[in-house]
Design a protein around this ligand. Structure first.
Ligand code: PLP
Length: 430
């Protein structure tokens, strides 16, 4: 496969963009590649690079593309919205429509605010929790990623894990001190922290972590968090930036039947355009300015193009419940075939999945938390990534990320995936 143009662009990119990329995982560094592929366009389940190569996309822009790229009805709405103007700095009726649509799917959300990214949504949710409880600290879980605001970058997943630093430089000691971390799923430790520490404003959790690879959550654990936070007057935040509208219309809240105090969203609710949102109980949300005194704002918050794409995407998902059923069925089949190939080639690997999210971990035993995820093979993952790429399949360039499949991935796409996977496993075996 010829990727010379990508190589040239990367050399050029490094002169003006740190590391040549605008988000670290995109550099392909952790899968031991000298340069990433540069994407020229996308359609349906496919990406096309600058050299004209075609790839089956298993990244889906890290989640938003549940309907695939440029789904015709979404594209149509976006085009017509753009002709009306792309940013006004004043409210639009469509924002109300999107707010109402999201509320219908998430009963925990009584009021909602739009942002431009998931990072802003979680940052605002934390600030709001502090104002509501008049407490300072936050409890998060090792390997969960909630965007790149200071207090949430402590022991975070995603790109931080990929580059082997779990905390970022440039964050003050005071901020770091106010973020307490615990291993995901460790009932005892978490109980002790929450009982001993009186100053915890919120517990923030990816209800199904997907930024240390996918971790399968037990309902029991989330119920435990709900119970303990309720008792301690601590706000429970479900960060559903990935899981919201991905694992079902009502995300993990619906799947597990749990009502957190606040929910953060992003990705799918913008249909592939920049967006984020946080929402929850009225009494908490009404602390936001201009009703209350907690500041949150944004030049492009509620951007009309993103909002129109979001409304269309959610409406399609809502009107076609078979989409989630199909995605679940296809992922189950996919995972079962991957597991068969793991056995056939005797590869020390295991798969975690939830609806259309999955991660292949190169380790024998079940992966349940960050420690397990770190302890998986980098070398095998790099061979897997490389072989898939050579065979026209782009999988996440990090062992700590999820694969995201879309509704428009075809049988032929899956067949090509299995074909490439056999080649990858053959190489790993040798
Ligand atoms: N929360 C979760 C669970 C995420 O996975 C991400 C990003 O991947 C974020 C928050 C941050 O969202 P954004 O990248 O839109 O800032």
């Amino acid at each position: 496969m010829n990727t010379n143009k990508s190589k040239e662009i990367f050399e050029e990119a490094k002169k003006s963009i740190p590391g040549g990329v605008n988000s670290p995982v995109r550099a392909f560094q952790s899968v031991k590649k000298d340069y990433p592929i540069f994407i020229e366009s996308a359609k349906g389940s496919k990406l096309f690079d600058e050299d004209g190569n075609e790839y089956i996309d298993m990244i889906g822009s890290w989640g938003p593309m549940i309907l695939g790229h440029n789904y015709p009805e979404v594209l149509e709405v976006v085009k017509s919205e753009m002709e009306k103007g792309t940013s006004f700095g004043l409210p639009t009726k469509k924002e109300v429509v999107l707010a109402e649509l999201v509320k219908e799917c998430f009963p925990a959300i009584e009021k909602i605010r739009l942002t431009t990214s998931g990072t802003e949504a979680t940052m605002a949710a934390v600030r709001l929790s502090r104002a509501f409880t008049k407490k300072n600290k936050i409890l998060k879980f090792e390997g969960c990623y909630h965007g790149h605001s200071d207090s949430l970058l402590v022991k975070a997943g995603s790109g931080l894990l990929t580059f082997e630093h779990q905390d970022s430089n440039g964050i003050t000691e005071a901020v770091t001190r106010d973020t307490i971390t615990a291993p995901f799923g460790d009932f005892e430790k978490i109980k002790k922290i929450i009982e001993d520490e009186k100053d915890i404003a919120c517990v923030i959790v990816e209800p199904i972590p997907a930024n240390m690879g996918v971790i399968e959550t037990s309902k029991e654990f989330l119920e435990f968090l709900r119970e303990i936070t309720r008792k301690k007057n601590t706000v429970l935040i479900f960060d559903e930036v990935i899981t919201g509208f991905r694992i079902s219309l009502g995300g993990a809240c619906e799947v597990f039947g749990i009502q957190p105090d606040l929910v953060t969203l992003g990705k799918i609710i913008g249909g592939g355009y920049p967006v984020g949102a946080f929402g929850g109980k009225k009494e908490i949300m009404d602390l936001i300015s201009p009703v209350g005194n907690v500041y949150h704002a944004g030049t492009l918050s509620g951007n009309p193009v993103s909002v129109a794409a979001g409304i269309k995407t959610i409406s399609i998902l809502k009107e076609n419940p078979e989409i989630y059923k199909t995605l679940e069925k296809r992922t189950k089949e996919l995972v079962s075939k991957i597991e068969n190939l793991i056995q056939k080639y005797e590869i020390p690997a295991t798969v975690n999945y939830v609806n259309s999210l999955f991660t292949i971990f190169f380790a024998k035993d079940k992966i349940e938390n960050l420690e397990d995820a770190i302890d998986t093979s980098d070398e095998m993952f790099a061979i897997y990534f490389d072989t898939m790429l050579e065979n026209g399949i782009i999988v996440p360039p990090s062992k700590y990320e999820a694969h995201f499949i879309s509704y428009v991935h075809s049988d032929e796409d899956y067949e090509k995936f299995y074909f490439a996977l056999e080649k990858a496993f053959e190489k790993i075996k040798n």
